[in-house]
Design a protein around this ligand. Structure first.
Ligand SMILES: [Zn+2]
Ligand SMILES: [Zn+2]
Length: 318
């Protein structure tokens, strides 16, 4: 099968044998996979990953011990848990210390014609959600994770820093809470897109300091942290959504003086995201910048790494 392979900070196309799934897994034929910022960071050395990256996909189950799944259109939760530890028993599979993570940690990913996914991780895609929307389930679930972590009240003043793919998804999810929401970003066209969805927007540097009680940092770059800190009121909450290779230099004093709470936020559950897509509560197709056939996957990555690019998809059937 055709795969995209990452080794030593370089990606290449590589023929590999089709995986043979174990009893608890299904073999899924990938229709479309999405390039995430995390994939670009993996190439820079984040997580020290080598192998087939890719964790955003939609596909069709080709074979499985459980016949129910065969022929079903699915996406897959990316954390493969052991199902046998204290975290798993408490419903915290996403934090299982024994987990592998699709295309990120010791587990082959979705930039391949086929991948093996545990049956417990498969999620059925509703019939009214096309592939080009279903491929957004994973990043959309990551946006919904914020609602699992903090109670956003209707009177809250909330800012999202970063108008990239994730920031635009986070905005649409937080808007559902009815809070007083502003997107702060650097790109005129993306701010215009958010404004077309009825979201208040401000260019970076124009937002008033110390005026938000909740700020979500989704810029994907270390500089977003300082901007986010500046916007927070004392006793405010900062939610960190960006992951990147490398370290951040941090002045801890304002966090102590203003008693800021910092919450790290990663993967979310897929079901709320699939429901939101099926009910038309979020617009993801506006976020598609370009769709490449798999044979041009290297060009797709090149495109995705250009600053300001929104979602680049790789279509295995094109
Ligand atoms: Zn992702
Ligand atoms: Zn576990």
């Amino acid at each position: 099968m055709k795969t995209l392979f990452l080794r030593d900070n370089e990606i290449s196309l590589k023929e590999q044998p089709v995986p043979v799934p174990c009893a608890g897994d299904a073999l899924v034929k990938v229709n479309i996979a999405g390039i995430c910022n995390t994939d670009l960071e993996l190439i820079k050395g984040y997580m020290g990953f080598h192998g087939v990256p890719g964790h955003e996909f939609v596909g069709v189950v080709e074979s499985s011990a459980d016949e129910f799944w065969i022929g079903k259109r699915v996406c897959g939760e990316i954390n493969y848990a052991c199902d046998n530890c204290d975290y798993c028993r408490r419903g915290l599979e996403r934090h299982c210390p024994n987990r592998t993570v699709m295309g990120i940690l010791n587990q082959s990913g979705a930039f391949a014609e086929y991948l093996s996914v545990p049956l417990a991780n498969l999620r059925l895609v509703p019939g009214n959600v096309p592939d080009k929307a279903a491929v957004f389930t994973e990043p959309l679930a990551a946006a919904f994770e914020i609602l699992e972590q903090v109670h956003i009240q209707p009177e809250d003043s909330v800012a999202v820093v970063g108008d990239g793919k994730l920031g635009l998804l986070v905005c649409q999810v937080l808007k559902l809470s009815g809070c007083n929401l502003t997107l702060i970003g650097k790109h005129e066209s993306k701010l215009a897109l958010a404004a077309s969805w009825g979201i208040a927007v401000l260019p970076r540097g124009k937002a008033e300091a110390s005026s938000y009680n909740l700020v979500v940092e989704a810029s994907g770059s270390p500089s977003g942290f300082d901007s986010a800190m500046e916007l927070l009121r004392p006793r405010g909450t900062l939610i960190l959504k960006s992951t990147y290779a490398g370290n951040l230099e941090l002045n801890m004093a304002p966090i102590v003086i203003d008693e800021i709470q910092i919450i790290g936020s990663r993967c979310g559950r897929f079901q709320p995201a699939l429901r939101a897509l099926s009910n038309g509560l979020v617009n993801v197709t506006d976020l598609i910048d370009c769709v490449y056939p798999f044979d041009q996957a290297l060009a797709a990555f090149e495109h995705a790494s250009q600053p300001g690019t929104l979602k680049v998809l790789i279509d295995f059937n094109a």
